[in-house]
Design a protein around this ligand. Sequence first.
Ligand SMILES: [Zn+2]
Ligand SMILES: [Zn+2]
Length: 349
Amino acid sequence: MTSDMMLAYVLHGPEDMRPTELPRPEPGEGQVLLRVRRAGICGSDIHYFTHGQIGRFVPKRPFVLGHEFAGEIAALGAGVEPSLLGARVAVDPSIPCGRCRQCRRGRYNLCLDMRFFGSASCDPHLDGGFAEFVAVPARSVHPLPDEISWGEAALLEPLSVAMHACMRAGPLLGRSVLVTGGGAIGLLVVMVARAAGAAPVVVSDPAPFARRTAAAIGADAALDPTSADFAAEASAHSEGGFEVAFEASGVPRALAQAVALAERGATIVQVGTLPAEVTLPLNDIMARELTLAGSFRFANVFDAALRLLAMRRIDVKPLVSKVLSLERMNEAMAMAVAKDGVVKVQVEQ
Ligand SMILES: [Zn+2]
Ligand SMILES: [Zn+2]
């Protein structure tokens, strides 16, 4: 491979991600060229890989996945602060327009013209971090303190997602919390909710490995939602109902369980991606005054997530289950899809 080319993994369709030699991107004005050192595989990457799409986002052409990445700045475009050259940074993959109504009111995750790395939500799609290099806006990079490892840095994006979900629920101090789904986002929500003072924090997941991990990272209980005693056990932990629930599995039955186990007046935050149509007992939401809140990506929390890691208030290292070299991207994806004994799979270079 010549020095102006690079290795990238291009998604062509369901289960078809090809190692490809692409031109190394040139950093334009206000951009930096990032040499990716670590990139995590997210649930949304898995959706794109297995179904060829996620929710309403359908790729129009082959593109590179990956939005959880960190690396070293290898070159600078015009107008970029020279001291950034060589810096270790994490990337906030959101590039909001900065001009629309939502951006102006600070809710830039709802931007009407959002661009997002490794996502087909914008057209043209923005190639993501499953590549040797990515050109990113200088304002999207966050310099890393030395004590933050690459593995932790590549978890800043999902940690931001979990923090945003917790903020959507309102204050958590002293509140009882149910988290349905013990994948990376569910477990990060457990960590953030605990840091915010929630008690107890109970996780439901049918997979024994997810329950063991949830217990190991500090959940007060980890229950099997398919067991006959589930509702009784969950009620026992919440004195009759949870004040807050986070649905982080994207499974309709889990949302139904969250509604059933919610205390009157509770808030349920939907953070997982559900199928297009889901049946819900909406009269329950009316008569028990439940609040169902959506949570999409994140806004204004990336620096706070970085600070929580740097100050060791939250330890995400136990979530990094497997790290493979970029050349083994397809193997890494297969591990992430199988979810067998892994939370977060990352690729490195
Ligand atoms: Zn993600
Ligand atoms: Zn906008």
